[in-house]
Design a protein around this ligand. Structure first.
Ligand SMILES: NC(=O)C1=CN([C@@H]2O[C@H](COP(=O)(O)OP(=O)(O)OC[C@H]3O[C@@H](n4cnc5c(N)ncnc54)[C@H](OP(=O)(O)O)[C@@H]3O)[C@@H](O)[C@H]2O)C=CC1
Ligand SMILES: O=C1O[C@H](COP(=O)(O)O)[C@@H](O)[C@H](O)[C@H]1O
Length: 603
């Protein structure tokens, strides 16, 4: 039996997050490969396990894996046996000794003491680190999801002491609305685990000094290291080179989270991937798309594949069109320098919206394993037609005064050239040329400085054939079709618009929503996307990260269009700050007999 594979899972279902992960695929530079635990906890939080099947895994004194379920314990000496036991547990077939009968299971927690995870936030002085990464790490710590031995290092060029980093970080930490108990105490404990090392991104020496400090914290345990590259893309490669050569783990895994943008087009993306692969294996690279970590995006597959009623409708036979809508009610203020080089199509469409589309449209994966899901996503992307100029409308916001307040135009930003043609808005029609989706328009719309902040998926169903109630709907039959709305943010909800009879003696029809409104249904605060993704990276779970072939396929769809827009210097349609965007988007939709669902007053 070979050593544990890189994803030997100890989980109650593919959705459980705590995995036993070997470092086999992860050590760098030909270092010996040893099995290490990606994480283990003596009291794994219940929320990742289905109510009926509460599994925990850890090592016992004999270094065997121990699965515990509702007071029952199974030990297994080898991977095969582990899997068998896990299956038995899942199927409710396992009848091992009770927890009381097995001292091993309760008395030993060797794995927690033998391994450690160090998380280095490269670019710790920056906006994303402060706004998202440190708060997400704290939330994970607070909820008990970080392993017993963990250390967080901030790394950047800015000069800072540990105390200054802690002070900076403490200003951005918040407690969950529903969990304030001991929060200050927890914050203090968390901050004690945060340290800072100042260094250049291209200095082997500086990374070697970081390595030395990490080793001191690791105290001889199996060291697992996660580097989060929260830096501008032009320095990704320098940082990866130095981190891999001078600060990778010698005996555990080393993983690198890479932030977007992953290039500007097919060529630059391929160049970035090739450069990264000089220093890292593909399975060490975690390309983050934080939209994949959003609760309702993750729920998409659950909705489709665990409800009988949706999947049979999920095709050209019943669906007229699908809309993926992203809008923000603020401009690019403060990020103009970055944004002008990329524009809205690269910033939102090519990644966030396309990823949602792929999850929405993919065939049923063989399993919930990362590779099975990513295989299906790639198939969808490769079945799509590259975008043509005529299928796209681009816009740019201009200054607008409302209620005595003047909102700046895009080019009013000092970091943006006055004659910039960079789109801050785009609408596009995409098509998937496969049996399921042939002819169904997938419309995308993304914009900055619009009237609202929102991200949603709208699925518009076909007309009811031979509808007995047609005359009750008036002339606009489109208004009577069903629409499923998955509101990703804000105020998460999934609702289905249906027709019903208004109570009374007459026969008047009404439109109503069957509504799963998360705030009303669940009292628990929804975790930020970065929490889920950071936890997955610590556990070696790749399902929500982008594989290189997905990335290639995504760029192939957009690169010809992006080149044409730039070469032909297409002038964007200007729209006032705070408006609903260019009217061209309506004409584009109308060409495919589509009406944007977000413009209906009833929404
Ligand atoms: N901010 C956000 O909301 C989002 C950001 N991202 C991506 O995340 C990454 C980080 O974003 P963000 O935190 O906003 O970036 P910042 O511009 O804040 O940069 C992060 C840190 O990198 C260092 N840095 C900045 N510019 C340079 C440079 N030219 N050369 C060397 N070092 C530099 C600075 O640290 P120091 O000077 O101390 O070394 C800075 O604090 C980027 O790739 C971005 O595209 C993705 C999604 C959203
Ligand atoms: O990746 C990006 O996402 C944000 C929007 O993220 P959200 O989670 O706040 O919806 C966007 O503002 C930014 O331009 C883009 O780079």
């Amino acid at each position: 039996m070979a050593a544990l594979s890189s994803s030997t899972h100890c989980r109650s279902s593919a959705y459980s997050r705590y995995a036993l992960s070997s470092s086999a695929s992860s050590s760098l530079n030909g270092q010996p490969r040893r099995v290490g635990f990606s994480s283990s906890s003596s009291s794994l939080p219940q929320r990742f396990f289905p109510a009926k099947l509460s599994l925990q895994c850890r090592r016992n004194s004999h270094q065997n894996l121990v699965f515990m379920q509702d007071g029952a314990v199974a030990t297994a000496a080898a991977q095969t046996e582990n899997e068998t036991s896990l299956k038995e547990l899942k199927n409710g077939l396992f009848s091992g000794p009770s927890l009381e009968e097995s001292k091993d299971a309760v008395d030993f927690d060797v794995s927690e003491d033998e391994s450690t995870v160090s998380i280095t936030v490269v670019g710790a002085s920056g906006d994303l680190a402060k706004k998202k990464i440190f708060p997400a790490l704290f939330a994970l710590y607070y909820e008990g999801f970080l392993p017993k031995h963990f250390t967080i290092y901030g790394y950047a060029r800015s000069k800072m002491t540990d105390a200054e980093l802690r002070n900076m970080v403490s200003r951005t930490l918040t407690c969950r609305i529903d969990k304030r108990e001991n929060c200050d105490e927890k914050m203090e404990e968390f901050l004690k685990r945060c340290f800072y090392h100042s260094g250049q991104y291209d200095s082997q020496e500086n990374f070697a000094a970081l390595d030395k400090k990490l080793k001191e914290h690791e105290g001889g345990r199996v060291s697992n290291r996660l580097f989060y590259l929260s830096i501008p893309p032009n320095i990704f490669i320098d940082a990866v080179k130095c981190a891999s050569s001078s600060a990778s783990s010698g005996n555990g895994w080393t993983r690198v989270i890479v932030e977007k943008p992953f290039g500007r087009d097919s060529e630059s993306s391929a160049a970035l991937t090739n450069a990264l692969k000089q220093y890292l294996d593909e399975d060490q690279i975690f390309r983050i798309d934080h939209y994949l970590g959003k609760e309702l995006v993750e729920n998409l597959s659950v909705l489709r594949f665990s409800n009988l009623i949706f999947e049979p409708l999920w095709s050209r036979q019943y669906i007229r069109n699908v809309q993926l809508i992203f809008s923000e009610d603020f401009g690019t203020e403060g990020r103009g320098g970055y944004f002008d080089h990329y524009g809205i199509i690269r910033d939102i469409m090519q990644n966030h919206l396309l990823q949602i589309l792929a999850l929405f449209a993919m065939e049923t994966p063989v399993s919930l394993d990362a590779e099975d899901i990513r295989n299906e996503k790639v198939k969808v992307l490769r079945s799509m037609r590259p975008l043509r100029l005529e299928d796209v409308v681009v816009g740019q916001y201009k200054s607008h005064t409302k209620g005595g307040v003047t909102y700046p135009g895009y080019t009013d930003d000092k970091t943006v050239p006055n004659d910039s043609l960079t789109p801050t808005f785009a609408a596009a029609a995409l098509f998937i040329d496969n049996a399921r989706w042939d002819g169904v328009p997938f419309l995308m719309k993304a914009g900055k400085a619009l009237h609202t902040k929102r991200a949603e998926i709208r699925v518009q169903f076909r007309h009811v054939p031979g509808n007995l109630y047609n005359r009750n709907f008036g002339t606009d039959l489109d208004r009577a079709t069903n629409e499923l709305v998955i509101r990703v943010q804000p105020d998460e909800a999934i609702y289905l618009k249906i027709n019903n009879k208004v109570p009374g003696l007459g026969m008047r029809l009404d439109r109503s929503n069957l509504n799963l409104h998360y705030a009303a249904r669940y009292s628990k605060e929804i975790p930020d996307a970065y929490e889920r993704l950071l936890l997955d990276a610590v556990e070696g779970e790749r399902r929500l990260f982008i594989r290189s072939d997905e990335l290639d396929a995504a760029w192939s769809l957009f690169t010809p269009l992006l080149k044409e827009l730039e070469e032909k210097k297409i002038i964007p349609e200007y729209y006032p700050y705070g408006s609903r965007g260019p009217v061209g988007a309506h004409y584009l939709a109308a060409r495919y007999n589509v009406r944007w669902g977000d413009l209906n007053l009833e929404r």
